[in-house]
Design a protein around this ligand. Structure first.
Ligand SMILES: Cc1cc2nc3c(=O)[nH]c(=O)nc-3n(C[C@H](O)[C@H](O)[C@H](O)COP(=O)(O)OP(=O)(O)OC[C@H]3O[C@@H](n4cnc5c(N)ncnc54)[C@H](O)[C@@H]3O)c2cc1C
Length: 435
C-alpha cells in the first residue's frame, strides 16, 4: 500500500494542472512544492494563452487573479536607436482568453482550486530525489521521515528538474539549451498605462523586441502590461551571452541586466517606461530546445511535464510555455488514470509520452522544428534591420536623395550590408519553412 497513487513534484501550472485533473477523478494525489506559498518564486513574462486552462477550469477568466486581457501584439525590430514594427490589434482576438499573469498570485489561486478538487498540497517541502523500486516509487524530501511512496511520479519541478536528474531521465541543462531571463516589474498608474499604450480599461498589450545590441542573435526583450504595473525583461541564450560582448562576468560575457538597462534607454522604449518605479527584479532560466533535441521525458513510473521536459516554444514573436505546461500536466493525469484502471503503473511514462505525442504541444513544437536554427541567423539581427531602416529612411525622409524607386533603395542597402539576392531568397525560404 503506497501513501498516494501519484505524487506531483512542483506546484507551477504544469504540476497543478496534473493534480487538479487527477483529484477531479478521485485519484489520491499529493502536490509537493518547496515554497511556503505556491508561486512565491515562480517567474514568467508573460501572456497565458488560456484556452486549454479554460477547458480544465471554465470559471478561470472570472475567478483567477489575472493581469489584463491581451488584445494587441507588437513586434519591433531595433537598429541602433531606430525601430521598425508590426502591430496587430483585431476584435477577433478579444474573444480569446489570453491574459497577462503574475505567477505569485496566479499559482496560489490555482493550487487552491486543486485542493478544492481533493488534491493534498504539501508546501515547504523540497524533493531531493526520486527512486523507482519494485512495484512503487519513492519521493525523498528534506523533511525528517519525509519519504513519500506512490505508484507514479510527475516531475513538474521546472527547468533544473531534480526529478529528471535524480532518475537519470535528464542530464543537467547545457548553455545552448537554456535562456537566461531578467525582468523588472515597474509600477505605473492604471490611467497612464491605458493612455500610453492606447488601451481601454482591462485591456492589455504585448511587445517583443529584437536586434539590440546590433548583431547579437538570440537576445530578445519584452514589455507586458498589467493593471498598474508593466513587466520589462530580456531573454538571452546562455551560450550567446557567454561569448558575446566585451564586458561582463569576469570578462567572459555580457551581463543581461546591463543590456536591459541600455534597452530601456532606447528611443523606441524610453517613452513606454518613463516615470515608472521599479518594484521587483526577477531572474530565471527558460528552456530553449528545438523539437529535434528535446530531452527524454519519461522512464517507468516517472514522467516530466512543463519546463522540466523542456516544453517551451519561443517563436520569436510569442512565448508558449505556460499553456504547454498545463496541457502536458493534463496528459500526465490522463496517463495515470489509464494506468490505474488497468492496474499497471509500470507503463505510466510510456503512456504519458504517447498521449503527449498526440497533443497540440508536440504538434506546435514539430511544426516549428526549424525555427531555433533559423533564429540563430545573424543577418536577422544586423543586416536586415539595417536594410529595412535604410530603405524606409529613403522612402520617408524629406532629403533630396529620398526619391526614386523603393526597390532600388533596398537593393543598394542590401549591397551595402554585403547581402546578395541569393542570401535574401534563401533566408526567405528558410523563414517560410520555419513558421
Ligand atoms: C521571462 C520569461 C517570459 C516568459 N513568457 C511567457 C509567455 O509570455 N507565455 C508563455 O506561455 N510562457 C512564457 N514563459 C515560459 C513559462 O513561464 C514557463 O514555461 C512556465 O512558467 C513553466 O511552468 P512549469 O509549471 O513547468 O514550471 P515552474 O513555473 O518553474 O514551476 C516549477 C515548480 O516546482 C517547484 N520546485 C522546483 N524544484 C523543486 C523541488 N526540488 N522540490 C519541490 N518543489 C520544487 C518550484 O517551486 C515551482 O513551484 C516565459 C518564461 C520566462 C522566463
Amino acid at each position: 500500500m503506497t501513501d498516494f497513487d501519484v505524487v506531483v513534484v512542483g506546484a507551477g501550472r504544469a504540476g497543478t494542472a496534473a493534480a487538479y485533473r487527477l483529484a477531479q477523478e478521485n485519484v489520491d494525489v499529493a502536490l509537493v512544492d518547496r515554497a511556503r506559498q505556491p508561486g512565491m518564486k515562480n517567474v514568467t513574462g508573460g501572456v497565458l494563452y488560456g484556452e486549454v486552462l479554460a477547458d480544465l477550469v471554465p470559471e478561470f477568466p472570472e475567478e483567477a487573479p489575472l493581469g489584463r486581457h491581451v488584445v494587441e501584439h507588437n513586434v519591433q525590430m531595433l537598429h541602433d536607436d531606430a525601430s521598425i514594427g508590426v502591430s496587430y490589434r483585431d476584435p477577433a482576438i478579444r474573444e480569446e482568453p489570453n491574459y497577462t499573469v503574475q505567477l505569485g498570485e496566479f499559482d496560489r489561486w490555482f493550487v487552491r482550486k486543486a485542493e478544492e478538487q481533493g488534491a493534498t498540497f504539501v508546501p515547504e517541502t523540497t524533493v531531493r530525489g526520486v527512486e523507482q523500486r519494485e512495484g512503487h516509487a519513492v519521493v525523498a524530501t528534506d523533511r525528517d521521515g519525509g519519504d513519500i511512496t506512490c505508484n507514479a511520479v510527475v516531475g513538474a519541478d521546472g527547468v533544473n528538474t531534480t526529478v529528471g536528474r535524480t532518475t537519470g531521465i535528464r542530464d543537467p541543462v547545457q548553455p545552448e539549451n537554456v535562456g537566461l531571463s531578467v525582468k523588472q516589474v515597474i509600477e505605473l498608474d492604471r490611467k497612464t498605462i491605458d493612455e500610453r499604450f492606447n488601451l481601454r480599461s482591462g485591456e492589455g498589450t504585448a511587445y517583443i523586441f529584437a536586434g539590440f545590441p546590433e548583431g547579437a542573435p538570440s537576445v530578445g526583450y519584452f514589455i507586458y502590461t498589467f493593471e498598474s504595473t508593466i513587466s520589462v525583461g530580456a531573454v538571452g541564450n546562455m551560450a550567446t551571452l557567454q561569448t558575446y560582448g566585451d564586458q561582463g562576468y569576469d570578462g567572459q560575457g555580457t551581463p543581461l541586466y546591463d543590456l536591459l538597462t541600455r534597452f530601456k534607454e532606447l528611443d523606441a522604449v524610453r517613452p513606454l517606461v518613463r516615470g515608472g518605479v521599479a518594484q521587483e527584479y526577477q531572474g530565471i532560466l527558460v528552456p530553449e530546445f528545438g523539437y529535434d533535441d528535446l530531452p527524454n521525458r519519461h522512464e517507468g513510473r516517472v514522467c516530466l511535464v512543463g519546463d522540466a521536459a523542456g516544453l517551451v516554444l519561443n517563436k520569436g514573436f510569442t512565448f508558449r510555455g505556460l499553456d504547454f505546461g498545463v496541457e502536458s500536466g493534463i496528459r500526465a493525469a490522463e496517463a495515470a488514470m489509464q494506468c490505474r484502471k488497468r492496474g499497471n503503473w509500470n507503463a505510466f511514462g510510456e503512456r504519458y509520452d504517447a498521449l503527449l505525442g498526440d497533443s497540440y504541444v508536440m504538434d506546435e513544437l514539430r511544426q516549428h522544428s526549424r525555427l531555433p536554427s533559423f533564429l540563430e541567423n545573424e543577418r536577422l539581427y544586423e543586416a536586415y534591420p539595417a536594410v529595412a531602416r535604410e530603405t524606409l529612411k529613403q522612402t520617408f525622409s524629406s532629403e533630396g536623395d529620398a526619391s526614386g524607386l523603393t526597390w532600388k533603395h533596398a537593393l543598394t542597402a542590401l549591397r551595402r550590408q554585403d547581402v546578395g539576392v541569393r542570401d535574401l531568397l534563401a533566408d526567405g525560404w528558410r523563414a517560410f519553412r520555419s513558421v
